[in-house]
Design a protein around this ligand. Structure first.
Ligand code: SF4
Ligand code: SF4
Length: 372
């Protein structure tokens, strides 16, 4: 099976539903079944997702339950899992074991940016991936990417073995200078690479819009906010797959209904999306996608994405009562003001967010309440 033969919606395996602290396996099985029964076949995971559990869940819910030729499976070589060249093959073999397959359809060099790319080059990651491809253990080599168009051009020039590029792309980030969605997309086209889209709903943000934006978008028609975001991304030329990190059955059903017989946006719908985008850009939200790459290494156990979500909820959604939620959240983990500025989170953040500065801004609103 190849990307061209697949329907254009992929299952992102980084936001599975939870039952308490554990992943809700039975719900994931039902979600995968609904997805597969509707004719969708592409799954995307990584060794680091869900603190190492995502690949194991993929085995239990997918690869042990469906014949190998019925699905495509992508996983990634993540920077957090290797330090030197010699670590890569043992890690790869562990990924095969964890997922229960004999080959991966795509193996992506995860979260490539200016700095990470140098590490991957130094550890010969691209050469090792090519050797694994020759052995039939990888069908295709790709990257997931978080940096400027100029950095992508350099990587694609130096690494001609790359066949696909996974990029952050949605109707807000298309014009976001930090993400450079438009520029990065154009470089993929220039090099003729297959494009896989991640974050089409921006970590859930474009599915759960502030009221004013929801009203603006409603003019487009009856579809859910997520359906317009997914169709926006899927409509660009060269886009072969749009991933969605689905977290419950309702999200699977909505996405499946949207993409079963995919229709690109009409001109009228496109105009409404652009109006909604202008409104959202003016809201100055903290652009955290809740990927949680920053949390495991925080020495103060600060729940960074949850704290940012509360701040956004207060400032963009005008939700009252987030102070109580903040107090509850920070009973178990650190407060924004307890950040010791070690910088670990900033080096892990694929959005390149100035987390330390942002936590100070959040702290002003939540930790300084008594002083006001
Ligand atoms: S800079 Fe602050 S928030 Fe970030 S990892 Fe260090 S202590 Fe945690
Ligand atoms: S702060 Fe960055 S790394 Fe942390 S969850 Fe948000 S986007 Fe991900």
């Amino acid at each position: 099976m190849e990307l061209n033969e697949c329907k254009k919606l992929g299952f992102g395996c980084m936001r599975f539903p939870k039952l308490g602290e554990e992943i809700d396996i039975e719900q994931v099985k039902r979600m995968f079944d609904i997805f597969m029964e509707a004719g969708f076949t592409y799954f995307d995971t990584a060794h680091v997702y869900h603190s190492g559990k995502s690949e194991l869940v993929v085995r239990e819910c997918l690869t042990e339950r469906y014949p190998r030729e019925k699905f495509m499976l992508t996983t990634k070589l993540s920077t957090w899992n290797f330090q030197k060249e010699e670590d890569i093959i043992p890690l790869f073999n562990e990924q095969l074991r964890d997922t229960g397959v004999e080959y991966f359809d795509y193996y992506l060099m995860h979260a490539q940016d200016r700095e990470e790319y140098e590490k991957y080059k130094k550890c010969r990651a691209y050469e090792i991936a090519s050797e694994l491809k020759k052995q039939g253990k990888i069908k295709h080599i790709g990257i997931s990417f978080h940096d400027s168009a100029e950095v992508l051009r350099k990587i694609l020039t130096e690494q001609p073995t790359i066949e696909a590029v996974q990029i952050q792309f949605n109707y807000v980030d298309y014009l976001n200078p930090e993400v450079d969605g438009k520029g990065v997309y154009q470089v993929c086209r220039e090099f003729g690479k297959d494009i896989i889209i991640m974050e089409p709903v921006k970590g859930g943000y474009l599915a759960n819009l502030p009221d004013e934006a929801k009203e603006t978008l409603a003019v487009a028609g009856e579809g859910s906010p997520a359906s317009y975001a997914v169709r926006y991304a899927a409509g660009f030329e060269g886009v072969k797959m749009v991933l969605s990190g689905m977290s419950d059955i309702a999200q699977v059903e909505d996405n499946v209904a949207t993409m079963k017989d995919f229709q690109p946006l009409s001109e009228e719908e496109q105009a409404v999306i652009e109006k909604t985008r202008d409104l959202l850009i003016g809201m100055n939200r903290i652009e955290c996608t809740a990927c949680r790459y920053c949390t495991d290494g925080c020495p103060m156990n600060i729940s960074i994405p949850d704290i940012f979500a509360l701040y956004n909820s207060k400032t963009c959604y005008k939700n009252w009562g987030t102070e109580g939620e903040y107090d509850k959240l920070t009973e178990k983990g650190g407060k924004a003001c307890e950040c010791i500025e070690c910088g670990q989170c900033e080096s892990a953040c694929p959005q390149h967010l100035p987390v330390i500065e942002l936590l100070k801004k959040v702290s002003e609103k939540y930790d300084n309440r008594d002083k006001k």
